[in-house]
Ligand binder design. Structure first.
Ligand code: SF4
Length: 492
């Protein structure tokens, strides 16, 4: 059996980093880890190919080669996936869809022949057998949360690694918290399940053996969801890194209670974690209570961010406007918080009711749902009726973006961040970093309309934050992505 693993295209969102990836000559941020893991679960006798449409074009000849096409993706990839499913079917190919988009029953996958809901590990054997016999069912559902200690190493050799800026590995799935808008806990559960330290080291070994050096994203929903297991893992991770002379820097997502555990922070610094994404959501306590994000109310938010930064880790954070309890000054309060916390990469989005979440169920009961979510945090597009006047909310949201991604404001905030950043690890310098620097000097330093602010920032970084200079260049390049997208948001 020949299987084509197809990963549809992401639209241009804050998370795509498309405008920044051009600088180091990369096409996408991360390879599709879920599909590569599915590949490893399929019978070894099957022939497998991967086409990630974010790094290469899906050709008719790719589809013609295959007996069956396996798609995976998120809701935000729905439009591209719908088009690719239709193409595969026109060529007479059997189509299978899994991943978060399948668990969400998104309308864009309605034409697929077979849907795999939930995690793949416990159903993929049955699906493969049924496909071989020509008797596959329309729907497969994982009977339980899978035991990830049995999850195999992903088939990374199928990915063109040089086209990505970062590689990904996974340690855990699930999160113990209860945020009302979150779909992670609905899909992966509230009991975080973790791989063993040996599995994680094996994933790092594989990356190292395949020649990867640089950033590695630990794609966990909440890396510290199971603190006991993380504390068992981190010393092994530190040991592995030392033995291999620190070939990687690590990035992950965690809940804000990370700032309540300095032992954890110290271990993460030692393991070369250089960036962590936190769901801060809002400085408005009433809105945090509304969304049952109580872990963000336990300690002062600013203090928490600064403590993590002091451990040498850049804080990247998510913010949301549109909660029922948001007061009229929420937009100014968000801007002020982002400024004071000095968070360069602040992902601000409108509240979205994702399918099958607690928020979705509440808004449905209240008769306030308008349509399915597009899963795109860049669009000023609401899928429910907010308490605040819709126009006021949309204008306030655009004003936050306009303000925080004004180049002068961004570079000032990034300079403030570099002053707060404690000593940590430095990324190993790779060839693409030098390419990125030269392109940044050319495009941002000579051709951009914010070149004056850019040079001021670079010179100041060299003078005051020389030890963080490569971070400064990376953040200047990332800023370009946000400047470009924010101007686009102004026009949509
Ligand atoms: S902390 Fe993050 S992953 Fe956990 S429930 Fe809240 S939003 Fe979801």
């Amino acid at each position: 059996m020949k299987v084509l693993l197809a990963y549809p295209e992401f639209p241009d969102t804050f998370w795509s980093f498309k405008h920044a990836l051009r600088f180091p000559g990369k096409r996408s941020a991360y390879p599709p880890l879920g599909l590569l893991t599915v590949s490893a679960l399929l019978p070894p006798s099957w022939e497998k190919r991967l086409v990630d449409s974010n790094v290469q074009r899906l050709k008719d000849s790719d589809l013609q080669w295959a007996d069956v096409v396996f798609f995976s993706g998120m809701i935000v990839q729905g439009s591209s996936m719908k088009e690719q499913i239709a193409r595969a079917k026109r060529l007479g190919k059997r189509t299978v869809v899994g991943g978060p988009i399948a668990s969400a029953h998104d309308p864009s996958i309605s034409q697929a022949d077979h849907i795999v809901e939930g995690e793949a590990e416990d159903v993929i054997g049955e699906l493969a057998g049924d496909l071989e016999r020509g008797a596959a069912k329309p729907q497969y559902s994982s009977p339980q949360m899978v035991d990830v200690t049995r999850t195999p190493l992903p088939d990374l050799h199928l990915a063109s690694m040089g086209r990505y800026s970062c590689m990904s590995i996974q340690f855990s799935r699930g999160c113990p918290f209860t945020c009302e808008f979150c779909d992670i806990i609905e899909i992966y559960g509230r009991r975080p399940r973790t791989k063993t330290p040996d599995q994680v080291c094996a994933e790092l070994d594989q990356l190292y053996r395949l020649g990867w050096r640089g950033s590695v994203f630990m794609v966990d929903d909440n890396f510290i969801g199971n603190k006991k297991s993380v504390k068992a893992l981190l010393p092994r991770l530190v040991e592995w890194m030392r033995e291999h002379k620190f070939p990687f820097t690590l990035f992950t997502e965690a809940s804000l209670n990370l700032a309540e555990d300095e032992e954890m922070l110290e271990l993460m610094r030692a393991a070369h974690f250089t960036r962590v994404f936190l769901g801060i959501e809002t400085p408005v306590a009433e809105s945090l209570k509304e969304t049952t994000k109580f872990q963000n109310l336990r300690k002062d938010l600013l203090e928490s961010v600064r403590l993590i930064q002091a451990y040498g880790m850049e804080v990247m954070a998510g913010f949301i406007v549109g909660f029922d309890n948001d007061p009229p000054d929420v937009f100014d309060r968000q801007i002020e918080f982002i400024r004071q916390a000095a968070i360069p990469l602040s992902m601000v989005g409108l509240l979205t009711a994702l399918p099958n979440t607690q928020l979705w169920r509440r808004l449905k009961a209240e008769g306030r749902l308008l349509k399915s979510s597009l899963g795109n945090n860049t669009l000023a597009d609401l899928n429910f009726i907010p308490r605040m006047d819709t126009q006021e909310l949309l204008e306030g949201y655009r004003r936050i973006l306009r303000t925080i991604y004004n180049p002068r404001e961004y570079f000032q905030r990034t300079s403030a961040f570099l002053s707060q950043l404690g000593s940590g690890s430095r990324s190993p310098l790779v060839f693409s970093d030098l390419v990125a620097l030269s392109r940044s000097l050319w495009r941002q330093g000579l051709l951009s309309n914010y070149r004056q602010e850019y040079w001021k920032f670079l010179v100041q970084s060299l003078r005051l934050h020389r030890q963080h200079f490569s971070k400064a260049v990376t953040l200047a390049i990332m800023g370009h992505h946000f400047f470009a997208l924010t101007s686009a948001t102004e026009t949509n």
